[in-house]
Design a protein around this ligand. Structure first.
Ligand code: ZN
Ligand code: ZN
Length: 113
């Protein structure tokens, strides 16, 4: 694993509906909670093993039609976080690698036409 994939800081703001990550390489990612919840990497949300990795970055840019709150974040080893949502869902392990790939900043995900 690359060292750059480690986050320096993880902050969640339910009032802003955002999860903020500052990475060890200085990169910053701001994820909408809606997009994160909809991109939950657990098998149930991904629709089974055959469709794993079908993440949709555009979900970070759509107008949320649902309100999600993060109740808690648990660090899993040094490679992932487990998010407990206010709807009780908590089986999603968000790998740092996945979160970095999903980064919706303009550099990582240039504006889609
Ligand atoms: Zn899930
Ligand atoms: Zn980025």
């Amino acid at each position: 694993m690359q060292q750059t994939l480690q986050p320096e800081k993880v902050e969640v703001s339910n009032s802003d509906q955002e999860l903020f990550i500052k990475w060890a390489d200085g990169h910053k990612s701001v994820f909408s909670l809606f997009g994160l919840r909809k991109n939950c990497p657990c098998v149930t949300c991904r629709g089974g093993h055959g469709r794993m990795n079908s993440f949709d970055q555009s979900l970070f840019f759509v107008e949320p039609n649902q309100y999600f709150e993060v109740e808690s974040i648990n660090q899993i080893g040094n490679h992932a976080i487990q998010i407990t949502w206010n709807d009780g869902h908590n089986t999603g392990m968000y790998q740092w690698e996945t979160l970095r790939e999903l980064c919706p900043c303009e550099e990582c995900y240039p504006k889609q036409e």
